[in-house]
Design a binder for this molecule. Structure first.
Ligand code: TEU
Ligand code: CA
Length: 587
């Protein structure tokens, strides 16, 4: 490597390096950091805990989780060993999509509490040495946001251009895009006789990012929250903000959302994110993660490349789509395909980019039900999956309840479901001829409400979530699966989470080490090496409910168990058989 050091002006300050000149100062900075081994960032080392406030803990008996409830549980969260809390939206909202439809970006949803409560939360998080990142939802607002109320009132209103209005094609919508929540992406509005675009519900009109005034509003709002002392943002569907000019129809509207649509990673996306970075993030020590349906590794290199000044990391969806999306539980799911996706992302982002790792969140089924086994191997498989998330390069995300192995719920009737996505698509499936019971079975596996049932704190009525009537049913298994029963038990999933989080924190190789996949084609074992200098680990994960044998030359020098989910003590690489859903990390 040739490094023209003499051309540079280099300053060191608090672990940071500032490089003044050179053709590409930022790229040079990264190369230099690599050479002298200073490429560390707190958000790479952090573990993030995601809170869905509505379902976390209710303190006033109205059946809805609230901010005082989160404050009450801060010591619990800290006790897990996590560093960052990501709070799903707590802004004022009519709750068509549970807070992802925001009617006022600068106030707190009364169901959740007050701004004073929120400030107390931030203080409590910081006092415990943790950080708080907020959800930033700026692809769309609520139709009850003041901007939209103005916008829809007349064609010459100054806010008209804050949203995307078009005339119809005769009596049809302006194009054939379909909404993520079923039906057309366009809603006709009688007041002015035009349609507005909504990629999600019709109560979530898309903002017009082509309008510089909209971008200014967003950056001002971001600065307002950052000035309050928050530590970053998780950015909702942020790769959808730039639409292809002219908003052309697509070939097959049914594959639209998941296959190269005309609004994913659009033509001005990198320009917008760079501008956002300059206007709101630059110079602040914050963390950003962009949620990005349809993002590719190539795009993610640009979004997360340190020299690009856009975002720190993205949530990609490939692992979430590697079962057949419309096919029900784990249809066509194969471990080699799953491994290939992980490997592709690890190789793709290892130079200057960064990965995020998650297997579930508030939009996805519970990971133990989906990728593990929520029957006889519930405990082993929950721990095995946790081992994967916390031993891959990248920042791990834990979704509330995952740490106690919460499972999918199987509500008996569609009426028990609250999620707009579930309800709309269920109706669509039935209208298309599905038998209602099949559509219901399908949503037993797929519904976003699997993630949203109340947190299971103890075995008392309503799982200790509320003294009132919960807004969404509690999973009937709360008497067996809850925090209280696991907290003192060394063998519990909860105790294992604490262990695996600490394990990663105490080993630089787990954060900064190289990743090498072993035997990509092995049908049941996911195995890889993590190496940093002389520090070497092998991770072996059995994804099967049967024992699996595994042998590989690369394991010959390993012999000492560093972490095990089944109490393994000895490790003989020559005669290795892994128990069902066993996970072991060896040195
Ligand atoms: O999710 C966007 C997203 O692409 C999906 O996970 C989506 O929820 C699913 O595909 C529905 O079919 C984000 C939020 O995480 C989600 O909760 C919001 O509903 C959505 O954006 C709109 O803000
Ligand atoms: Ca409440």
């Amino acid at each position: 490597m040739h490094i023209p050091l003499l051309l540079w002006q280099i300053t060191f300050e608090n672990d940071n390096i500032f490089v003044e000149s050179g053709e590409s100062p930022n790229k040079n900075k990264i190369i230099l950091e690599k050479v002298i081994g200073l490429h560390k960032r707190w958000w790479k080392e952090a573990t993030v805990y995601q809170i869905y406030p509505r379902s976390f803990r209710d303190t006033n008996g109205d059946g809805i989780g609230d901010i005082p409830g989160i404050i009450e549980k801060l010591d619990y969260i800290r006790g897990l060993g996590v560093d960052v809390i990501w709070l799903c939206p707590v802004y004022r909202s009519p709750n068509d999509d549970n807070g992802y439809d925001i009617s006022d970006y600068r106030s707190i949803m009364p169901d959740f509490g007050t701004m004073a409560d929120w400030e107390k939360l931030l203080e409590g998080v910081h006092q415990r040495g943790m950080r708080l990142i907020m959800d930033l939802v700026v692809n769309h607002t609520s139709d009850e946001h003041a901007w939209f109320v103005e916008s829809r009132s007349s064609k010459d209103n100054p806010y008209r251009d804050y949203y995307i209005w078009r005339k119809g094609e005769g009596d049809r919508p302006p194009n054939n895009w379909t909404s993520f929540f079923a039906g057309s992406s366009w809603q006709y509005d009688e007041v002015t006789g035009e349609y507005y675009l909504h990629l999600f519900s019709r109560k979530q009109p898309d903002l017009n990012w082509e309008n510089p005034a909209v971008r200014r509003e967003v950056y001002d709002m971001m600065n307002w929250w950052l000035d309050k002392g928050i530590d970053g943002f998780r950015m909702d569907v942020v790769n959808l903000i730039s639409k292809v000019p002219g908003l052309p129809s697509v070939g097959d509207p049914n594959v639209l959302n998941w296959g190269g649509a005309n609004f994913m990673n659009g033509p001005r996306i990198h320009e917008f994110l760079k501008e956002m970075n300059r206007e709101a993030l630059a110079g602040r020590d914050v963390m950003t993660v962009g949620e990005m349906p349809g993002v590719t590794v190539e795009e993610a290199q640009r979004y997360t490349g340190e020299a690009e000044n856009e975002l720190n990391m993205v949530f990609q969806f490939e692992l979430m789509e590697c079962e057949s999306y419309w096919g029900g539980r784990n249809v066509n799911w194969s471990l080699p395909a799953f491994k290939a996706i992980v490997d592709k992302w690890q190789q793709g982002l290892k130079e200057g980019g960064w990965n995020s790792n998650y297997l579930n969140n508030h939009d996805q089924p519970r990971m133990v039900s989906r990728f593990g086994n929520d029957g006889p191997y519930w405990k082993e498989s929950a721990k095995m999956l946790a081992t994967l998330v916390h031993t891959l390069p990248g920042t791990p995300f834990v979704f509330q309840g995952e740490e106690i192995g919460m499972t999918n719920v199987h509500f008996p009737s569609i009426e028990d479901y609250n999620d707009i996505d579930t309800r709309n698509h269920y109706r669509e499936l039935v209208a298309a001829g599905w038998r209602p019971e099949d559509a219901l079975t399908y949503y037993h596996d797929r519904s976003r409400d699997n993630a949203r049932t109340p947190m299971q704190w103890d075995a008392s009525e309503n799982a200790g979530f509320t003294s009132g009537r919960p807004w969404l049913g509690v999973n009937p298994n709360y008497k067996e699966i809850n925090v209280a029963s696991q907290i003192g038990d060394e063998d519990s999933i909860l105790s294992y989470y604490k262990r695996v989080i600490r394990f990663r924190k105490e080993r630089e190789a787990m954060v900064y080490g190289d990743f090498r996949l072993l035997q990509p084609e092995h049908p049941t074992v996911f195995a890889y090496l993590r190496t940093l200098g002389g520090e070497r680990y092998a991770v072996l994960l059995n994804f099967s409910d049967k024992p699996s044998s595994f042998s590989d030359e690369a394991l010959s020098s390993f012999g000492q168990v560093a972490l095990s989910n089944v109490g393994r003590t000895g490790f003989d690489p020559a005669a290795l058989e892994l128990a069902p859903f066993e996970a072991v990390v060896v040195k």
